[in-house]
Design a protein around this ligand. Structure first.
Ligand code: ADP
Ligand code: MG
Length: 474
């Protein structure tokens, strides 16, 4: 693979300055932006200066197995008993997960009003150079609020523009074929539109449920504008606003300011931080009780728990839920252990933490970045956690990406060069009948590349660690 000695190309000072100013202007002009503190202001999202190299065969592999992952997670989400069992294994150690499950039981007792469910998924990978041959290993599978599809399309647009206009110099690397356009915004909107169509009311809304003060609003706007171009109207509300702006008819039709809602698309509700008071839980309950199609359903949300990822890493269950695709998916799995008190696997995990913590990352049942504990910090951290809460964590083998790949990241007007790690996320959507299991649609929907410097453990862009990137297929 291209390394720091050969990539990125070195430019003369004036060419470098032109590249940077061109990138910033094209990013701003094309909407690769996040909200700034200034009222009505925006700044470009942190971006890499160059597309980061990624082995073409492994990129294509990740794209090719995406729909198999959809099948796996649809089957898991359809198996309420299995999810109940995994939630029980966590034994209340994670209150948020327990509360989401409790809401499912409440809604189910009343009767699930909408059999269809929509999943907008993103399967995240790092390159692993530990074994004999380079491979992709899955970091996690996101089933709720998988973000950056909108900005990812813009980021590829920025890099493609810079290549096309000669800003990368005369290197032969930057061809159209090596830098594919990224259809994430359009194709994710197509998933939402498919759910809207299946609901069957042409002038019904798609409701984006968002965090108050969301800075990543433009990422969401790009999906909204794609939907608008297809004649589907979008409204936005926070969970708290849902308690006053949303209401249910007797047949549990959801209305937003009186207008029927076909699809509820969560861009929040994945973290306890989104539920500071009971009001937010009340808001979610109104939405969940309704006969609007949810993206995702409560069970699909729970299916994305890291604890489920750990349990699925076992072969038997993988074969049960993924069928023939199981070996293809298993190739991408790193070792993951539970920290349960009684199981043999739990004992093994505790032994690994005692003997070689430097090979592992400890993860709580959290989403959104910044929650993991790495390497030598694990023993000390666990010692501070009450043993009855340990079952809320999983222990995962560290994936080892190549350490000698370089790029530059431009953020808030300043550029820093260095060695980087890129995380590839493959987007897709699936629409299915959660009672019969019938699949109405399952499609790939572009990708995301997030890039961070090697000295940062986490890669989240919104959490402040990374940048949005695109691929240079090599
Ligand atoms: P979150 O739900 O917070 O996004 P992740 O499981 O994606 O949690 O972990 C956050 C980040 O931590 C990842 O984006 C990646 O940079 C790093 N990370 C997670 N798991 C591993 C791993 N097994 N090996 C190396 N890095 C990891
Ligand atoms: Mg992640």
């Amino acid at each position: 693979m291209l390394n720091q000695d050969t990539y990125p190309p070195t430019l003369a000072a004036d060419e470098q300055a032109l590249l940077e100013s061109s990138l910033v202007d094209y990013a701003l002009a094309s909407g690769a932006v996040v909200r700034s503190d200034a009222a009505a202001g925006a700044v470009h999202v942190p971006l890499t200066l160059f597309p980061s190299p990624f082995p073409r065969a492994l990129f294509e592999r990740a794209v090719a197995i995406q729909k198999d992952f959809h099948t796996l997670y649809m089957n898991v989400a359809n198996d309420e008993a299995f999810i109940a069992d995994v939630v029980a294994q966590m034994d209340g150690a994670d209150e948020f997960t327990a509360r989401v499950w409790a809401m499912y039981e409440t809604v189910k007792a009343e009767g699930i009003a909408q059999p269809l469910g929509l999943g907008i998924f993103r399967s995240d990978y790092l390159l692993d150079f530990k074994g004999a041959a380079p491979a992709i290993k899955q970091v996690e599978f996101n089933t709720i609020s998988a973000s950056f599809g909108g900005l990812s399309t813009r980021a590829a647009g920025v890099h493609r523009h810079l290549a096309r206009t000669g800003r990368y110099g005369d290197s032969p690397l930057f061809t159209d074929a090596a830098m594919p356009a990224n259809p994430a915004a359009r194709d994710l909107a197509a998933g939402l539109a498919a759910a809207h169509k299946a609901y069957g009311v042409a002038d019904a809304l798609v409701l984006f449920v968002v965090q108050p003060g969301e800075r990543n609003a433009f990422d969401q706007r790009w999906l909204e504008y794609e939907l608008a171009d297809g004649g589907v109207a979008v409204r936005r509300a926070t969970l708290a606003e849902a308690t006053t702006l949303c209401a249910l008819d007797a047949d549990r039709t959801l209305r937003f300011r009186g207008r029927e809602v076909a699809v509820v698309y969560y861009r929040c509700a994945y973290t306890p931080d989104d539920f500071p008071t009971e009001t937010e839980w009340d808001g979610r309950l109104v939405l969940e009780r309704s006969r609007a199609i949810k993206c995702p359903t409560l069970l699909t949300h729970l299916a994305g728990a890291k604890k489920i990822q750990q349990v699925l890493a076992g072969e038997t269950l993988l074969a049960k839920y993924a069928g023939d695709a199981a070996p293809r998916l298993a190739e991408t799995f790193a070792d993951i252990f539970p920290l349960t008190a009684t199981s043999a696997e739990g004992a093994r995990a505790r032994e690994l933490i005692a003997t070689c913590p430097e090979r592992y990352v400890l993860k709580p049942q959290r989403e959104g970045g910044g929650n993991n504990v790495y390497r030598d910090k694990i023993p000390e951290f666990l010692a501070s956690v009450a043993p009855e809460k340990w079952s809320g964590y999983i222990l995962m083998e560290l994936i080892e990406p190549p350490a000698d790949v370089a790029n530059a990241i431009i953020r808030a007007g300043s550029t820093r060069s260095g060695n980087i790690i890129s995380e590839l996320g493959i987007f897709g959507w699936a629409l299915w009948d959660t009672t019969s299991g019938a699949v109405l649609g399952s499609e790939n929907a572009g990708w995301l590349v997030r890039t961070k410097f090697t000295d940062s453990e986490e890669g989240g862009v919104a959490a402040g660690f990374g940048s949005v990137d695109s691929v240079l297929l090599v």
